[in-house]
Write a protein that binds this ligand. Structure first.
Ligand code: FES
Length: 496
C-alpha cells in the first residue's frame, strides 16, 4: 500500500531520465522538498539548474512524511532548550516559522493546490492525571521562552480523555502535491527534472555527476537526498530510524482537526480529506533502521482501533529519519569541498527543515547573506553536544559488523527458504541476502552493503534489505531505495 498523499496525485509533464551529457550551473540530486526549494531561487536568479531524482518527484521521504508543518520540534522544545539553551532554541522556532511562511507564500504565489491550512498543534497526555505533568510545564515554559503562543488544551476533539498544550498557527498540507506543484512551476521555468535517474557517482573535484546513462558537469552540486550519498564523516554520528504510518476511515465519530502529538507513548495523529472523503492517520512505532522486530503496522492499527470506531484501514507506509548527534540539522557546504552542499539530520521534522535548507543552500550558491547559515552549518563542530550519540552509533556499527559477520547461519542449499521468506546466510563462504517471492522465484544478492560493507537485514513489513550501519535500503532486486549507497547490492554468483 502507498502513502495517502498519492490520492489525487497531480500529473506532471513527463520527466525522462537523463540521456545525454549535460552542463549546468547547479546539479540538484533529489526532487523532494529540499531539492525543489533549492532549485527555485537559483532558477529565478538566472542559474541553469538540472534536477536528478532516483524515483519520481517527491517519491522519497517527502512523500512519506506526515504533512505537518510546525515551528517547534516533534521531540519537544524543552529537550532542545536543555541541550542548546534559550538563544538557540528560540532561533530554531524563528527559522522554522519563517520556513512555514515561505511555504505558504509559494503556495499562494503559484496557486499550488495542496490543501495547505493553518492548524493548531497539540502536545497531549492521556493517562492518569495524578501522575501528570511537570514535563508539560517544562514544555510550556520552553515554548513561551522561544516566542510561541501557547494555551492549555482539554480533549480537543478526541474521543478519549486528554489534556496538554495547544500551539496555534501551525499548518498542514499534502506534501506530495506541494512538491509536484513546485516541480510543475520549475519545469515551466525551463528546469530539466529527470526522474528515475539514480546518481551513481559524484566527482566533486571535476564537478561531475554520473547516472547510469549520462553525466552532468556543474559548478555546484547539491545532495538533497536526506543524507549525503557516498562517504561522509557525519554519517558516523547519525541515528537512522524508520517510522510507520497507517490511515483509516471511521465508522462513526468526528475526524479531529489539528496536529496531535500523543506523548504516552509518542504517536502523531492527524486527519486528511481527499475530496469528500476524510481519513484519520497515525504515525509511530519507530525503530532503528536495520533492526526491525515486531509488527509495527499491526500495532498502529490496534492503537487506532482502541481509540476510534474504525470502518476500514486504507493506507500504510513508512519513512526514514536521520537524527543528528547534536539535535540540529546539518545544512550547507560540506567539509573539504566548496562546491558540494548537503542537508541532513532533520529527525522527524524534515518538511520544514527541508524548506529552510533549500533557502540556505540557494543563498550560499548565490553568495547572498542568510541569517541561518551559520546556525545550522554542516561544518560546525559540537563535540560537547555530539559525543554521546557518536559513541553510541559507532558502537552500533561495531556490534553489527562483529555479530553479522561472525554469526550468520551457514547453508548448503536454498531449499529451506519457503515462498515469502527471506534470510541472510553464508553459502560457500559468501554472505547472501536470499528472498523467495510468494510466486516461488528465488532472488539471491550479496548481503554486503556497498556503502561501507555492513551486512543488510530483512525488513518483512516493507520487503526491503535495510543496512543497520548508515541506513542504506535496497529492494529485492538489490536496487538502492535510499541512503548513502550509490550502488545496488550485487547479484550473487552463488545461486544454485
Ligand atoms: Fe553504510 Fe551500509 S549504509 S555500510
Amino acid at each position: 500500500m502507498e502513502a495517502i498523499w498519492r490520492l489525487g496525485s497531480l500529473g506532471l509533464p513527463v520527466c525522462a531520465p537523463l540521456e545525454e551529457q549535460a552542463e549546468a550551473d547547479v546539479v540538484v540530486i533529489g526532487a523532494g522538498i529540499t531539492g525543489l526549494t533549492t532549485a527555485l531561487p537559483l532558477v529565478e536568479a538566472g542559474q541553469r539548474v538540472v534536477v536528478l531524482e532516483a524515483k519520481g518527484v517527491g517519491g522519497g521521504v517527502t512523500g512519506g512524511s506526515t504533512g505537518n508543518l510546525y515551528s517547534t520540534l516533534a521531540s519537544g522544545q524543552a529537550a532542545l532548550r536543555r541541550k542548546w539553551g534559550d538563544e538557540v532554541a528560540a532561533d530554531v522556532v524563528c527559522a522554522r516559522s519563517e520556513a512555514i511562511d515561505d511555504i505558504e507564500a509559494l503556495i499562494k504565489r503559484f496557486s499550488i493546490e495542496c490543501q495547505f491550512r493553518r492548524q493548531s498543534a497539540y502536545r497531549l497526555l492521556t493517562g492518569d492525571r495524578q501522575h501528570s505533568d511537570h514535563s508539560l510545564n517544562d514544555e510550556r515554559d520552553a515554548l513561551l521562552r522561544a516566542g510561541l503562543d501557547v494555551a492549555s488544551a482539554e480533549g480537543p476533539g478526541l474521543p478519549f480523555d486528554s489534556w496538554g498544550i495547544r500551539i496555534p498557527d501551525q499548518a498542514q498540507f499534502n506534501p506530495l502535491h506541494y512538491v509536484q506543484g513546485l516541480a510543475s512551476v520549475l519545469i515551466g521555468m525551463g528546469v530539466a527534472i529527470h526522474e528515475h535517474c539514480p546518481v551513481r557517482r559524484v566527482d566533486a573535484k571535476e564537478g561531475l555527476v554520473q547516472t547510469d546513462t549520462a553525466s552532468v558537469t556543474a559548478r555546484h552540486i547539491v545532495y538533497a537526498t536526506h543524507t549525503p550519498k557516498g562517504i561522509s564523516l557525519l554519517q558516523a554520528g547519525m541515528l537512522v530510524s524508520r517510522e510507520y504510518a497507517v490511515a483509516a476511515r471511521l465508522r462513526r465519530g468526528e475526524y479531529p482537526e489539528g496536529i496531535f502529538w500523543l506523548l504516552d507513548p509518542f504517536h502523531s495523529l492527524r486527519s486528511y480529506r481527499h475530496g469528500d472523503t476524510p481519513y484519520l492517520m497515525v504515525v509511530g512505532e519507530k525503530h532503528k533502521t536495520g533492526e526491525h522486530e515486531g509488527e509495527h503496522y499491526q500495532l498502529l492499527r490496534e492503537y487506532l482501533s482502541s481509540r476510534f470506531e474504525i470502518e476500514t484501514f486504507s493506507h500504510q507506509w513508512s519513512a526514514q529519519q536521520y537524527s543528528s548527534p547534536d539535535g540540529l540539522p546539518y545544512i550547507g557546504r560540506m567539509h573539504g569541498h566548496d562546491n558540494l552542499y548537503m542537508a541532513t539530520g532533520f529527525a522527524a521534522d524534515g518538511l520544514v527543515w527541508g524548506a529552510l535548507a533549500g533557502r540556505i543552500i540557494a543563498d550560499q550558491i548565490l553568495d547572498h547573506d542568510n541569517p541561518w547559515q551559520a546556525r545550522f552549518a554542516s561544518r560546525r563542530v559540537t563535540p560537547g553536544k555530539s559525543a554521546l550519540q557518536y559513541a553510541k552509533e559507532n558502537a552500533t556499527v561495531t556490534k553489527h559488523l562483529a555479530r553479522d559477520y561472525l554469526g550468520t547461519e551457514r547453508i548448503d542449499s536454498f531449499d529451506g527458504i519457503a515462498p515469502g521468506q527471506a534470510r541472510v546466510a553464508t553459502k560457500s563462504g559468501e554472505k547472501l541476502a536470499i528472498h523467495r517471492t510468494e510466486a516461488g522465484e528465488l532472488k539471491v544478492l550479496s548481503a554486503v552493503c556497498p556503502h561501507l560493507k555492513c551486512i543488510v537485514h530483512w525488513n518483512p513489513e516493507e520487503s526491503t534489505w535495510d543496512c543497520p550501519c548508515h541506513g542504506s535500503r535496497f529492494d529485492t532486486d538489490g536496487e538502492v531505495i535510499e541512503g548513502p549507497a550509490y550502488r545496488p547490492l550485487s547479484r550473487s554468483e552463488g545461486l544454485g
